[in-house]
Design a protein around this ligand. Structure first.
Ligand SMILES: O=C(O)[C@@H](O)[C@@H](O)[C@H](O)[C@H](O)CO
Length: 353
């Protein structure tokens, strides 16, 4: 059985109890002021991230991560994964300074091992994160979703100086990173779960991207057979790579390479799409969950990118509270239909009076 999780920063908010109330016990954490926490909303035109490091030291040290875990625990949550890293753009691009950045990642991975956090989600999108060209597209009933149109990026400046950044440079840099980190990750019992480039296009704003196809994942898995060399199966992106997402789950999950799942959906193609409510996109979500069950996936699964609903501010596109609650209910319904409802018996709830 997967671990139904939510994506949170270690900064308590008044609505956290709602997650416990709808049945979420696990957290996928970002780290205070680290790379993804800064990029997760800002990347799509939402509120900018903060760089405050609350416990007086870098967010990826054992002391910081322990403090975060304890904080989540006081709110009833267990940390199932970290979806954030120390800054690593030099690592992604193979630039000078990468060895120092890799040392930070090693510090993080070893700390995660000691703390029993088994999954680290990372990505190969240099100087960016998920990219959208619209952050308020009306969908069902006027709820707002994000959207992307490649043609809208034509006039945007390059994300970084593209000189020298080729797919080969990125692949070599990824192999160098895996070589440096996988042995320690394996020893620590931590799986490095590579997230797809979002959107999965061969290049964005003048800079090539490499993790944008099923073949790229096949190549990743050929690079090292370490059990720590793993995948974040971000369904929305895979739905833009293939028409048969369940088959991709069966292929990649069949060798136990899926360590973490982002459960979401959309409508369109990689160069032109809008996101969707979990029950309103182009993918058969139930067929996906059956595929996870059949390959024995047992890691964290979290909803990703939900619509912003009536009355909510859209300063965190994709991460509104009401949409998260709807997504959680939808996933729990599918889960009980497909896996069976734990503890349910035909007589449960009936009176024997
Ligand atoms: O692009 C995606 O599909 C994502 O999973 C990101 O939105 C992710 O949540 C952020 O980059 C933070 O890790």
């Amino acid at each position: 059985m997967f671990q139904l999780s939510e994506f949170l920063s270690p900064r308590p908010e008044p609505w956290w109890p709602l997650l416990r109330q709808v049945g979420v016990e696990h957290v996928v954490a970002v780290m205070r002021g680290a790379e993804q926490e800064q990029r997760m909303y800002a990347a799509v035109g939402g509120a900018a991230g903060t760089t405050s490091w609350a416990v007086g030291e870098e967010p990826w040290t054992e002391a910081s991560l322990r403090a975060d875990m304890e904080l989540f625990a006081t709110h009833g949550f267990t940390v199932a994964a970290i979806e954030d890293t120390a800054p690593m753009d030099a690592v992604r691009l193979g630039l000078p300074g990468r060895d120092e950045q890799i040392e930070h990642i090693l510090t993080q991975v070893r700390a995660m091992g000691r703390l029993g956090i088994p999954v680290l989600c990372y990505n190969w999108m240099a100087f960016s994160s998920w990219a959208r060209t619209r952050s308020a597209v009306p969908t069902r009933g006027g709820a707002l979703v994000t959207g992307f149109r490649l043609s809208d990026t034509a006039d945007l400046p390059p994300l970084t100086d593209p000189a020298g950044v080729t797919p080969d440079v990125l692949w070599d840099a990824l192999a160098y990173f895996l070589d440096a980190v996988l042995p320690d990750a394996e020893e620590a019992g931590v799986r490095l779960a590579l997230h797809p480039d979002d959107p999965p296009l061969p290049a964005l704003r003048g800079v090539p991207r490499i993790i944008s196809s099923l073949d790229a994942y096949r190549r990743l898995l050929r690079t090292s057979s370490s059990p720590s060399n793993a995948i974040t199966f971000c369904q929305g992106n895979f739905a833009l790579m293939t028409d048969d997402v369940p088959a991709a789950i069966r292929e990649l999950g069949g060798s136990d390479a899926i360590a973490f799942v982002h459960f979401r959906d959309l409508r369109g193609r990689a160069d032109d799409f809008v996101e969707a409510f979990h029950d309103d996109g182009q993918t058969d979500m139930g067929a996906c969950l059956r595929a996870y069950r059949d390959v024995g996936f047992s890691g964290p699964l979290r909803p990703d990118h939900v619509p912003t609903l009536e009355g909510e501010s859209n300063d965190r596109p994709g991460y509104g509270v009401l949409g998260r609650l709807f997504a959680t209910g939808y996933i729990r319904g599918l889960q009980h239909a497909i896996y069976g409802r734990p503890g349910a018996s035909p007589l449960a709830g009936t009176s024997t009076g």
